[in-house]
Design a protein around this ligand. Structure first.
Ligand SMILES: [Zn+2]
Length: 324
């Protein structure tokens, strides 16, 4: 028997998170810009953004996180710029205005400089000037440059070379060359190659699709991030988006996955958690709902989400196609 999707409660849950009242909210301050993106994405997927969040308030908040010293966005006003908060900011601004008219020409050009300066000679990207390297930052930088329409053949070539160095013999991708395969890293690597139109670099696609399909844990039907781990709602997105990009969604049991996501709802207070009966948060709420959209957006009367950008397809279809 199928569990009901309690849409109105989820909308309320997300809005309350966004109106920053809870103590936990302040503790997770460093996630603020990402949290805003997760909330906006959950609401727009449920076709409930404009009536619940004031467009100008959201834009004003994002612009208040501009770090003029580094020329990009921090996660919170007066915080140092980081590539993660910069992508979240650009994604939300792009939802509101495809042309990003709320940013000055000067701001756009400092964003491009900020991102390009994070690339290292081996093609990888750092998250900020402190130098941590992770395939996640490669995806974030490439996606942000794509949103700004500023990709170049040189950046594309070196970034995709680095991504392929992180491909493992088991069929997955890790966060750096030789690092263990992990589903979230698979998404960022496959997503980067998709943006750069370089998916053909993956020579053993069957092995990759097998690795992704093996993430479905039975009998629950949820996906895990690595072998032997418990299923978690957020992998519904990381795994299914990767399979969608590769046109292989049918390799997993979508019905069982859907039931798992529905079983992670808080039916009383709204929101979704990583596993049934755990504490809800806006991150798992976002990726549970976008996961349901990938499974069957029409059934839930959701909008379609682009698996490459995790943004509405209605918006990404207008992005200029990158020519390698
Ligand atoms: Zn999770």
């Amino acid at each position: 028997m199928s569990i009901q999707f309690v849409e109105d409660k989820h909308i309320q849950y997300v809005i309350e998170q966004e109106s920053h009242r809870t103590f936990e909210y302040w503790l997770s301050e460093h996630l603020r810009m990402n949290g805003l993106y997760w909330g906006v994405t959950a609401l727009i997927t449920m076709k409930s953004l404009d009536e619940n969040l004031n467009r100008q308030d959201v834009i004003d908040y994002i612009l208040s996180c501009w770090d003029s010293k580094n020329g990009a966005f921090g996660s919170f006003p007066k915080h140092d710029a980081h590539i993660l908060s910069t992508l979240s900011a650009l994604q939300v601004l792009k939802i509101y205005d495809l042309e990003l008219k709320m940013l000055s020409i000067q701001q756009k050009s400092s964003l491009v400089t900020f991102i390009k300066n994070l690339q290292l000679p081996n093609g990888s990207f750092q998250g900020d000037k402190f130098g941590e390297v992770d395939t996640r930052f490669v995806y974030t930088a490439i996606s942000a440059l794509s949103l700004l329409d500023e990709l170049t053949p040189k950046i594309a070539q070196s970034a995709s070379n680095f991504i392929m160095e992180c491909f493992n013999f088991d069929g997955g991708f890790g966060l750096s060359p030789g690092a263990e395969s992990h589903a979230a890293q698979v998404f960022v690597c496959v997503g980067t190659l998709a943006i750069l139109d370089k998916l053909d670099l993956i020579r053993n696609e069957t092995k990759l699709v097998n690795w992704l399909s093996e993430r479905q844990v039975l009998p629950s039907g949820g996906f895990n991030g690595r072998p032997e781990k418990l299923p978690d709602v957020c992998y519904s997105w990381w795994v299914l988006s990767s399979l969608s990009i590769l046109n292989k969604k049918h390799w997993v049991d979508l019905n069982k996955l859907e039931q798992f996501i529905l079983s992670c709802q808080d039916l009383k207070e709204g929101g979704l958690s990583d596993r049934p009966d755990n504490q809800t948060d806006v991150y798992h709420t976002c990726f549970g709902i976008t996961g349901l959209s990938l499974i069957d957006h029409k059934k839930y009367d959701f909008i379609e989400i682009d698996p490459v950008y995790c943004m509405p397809s209605e918006i990404t279809k207008n992005f200029k196609k990158w020519k390698k």
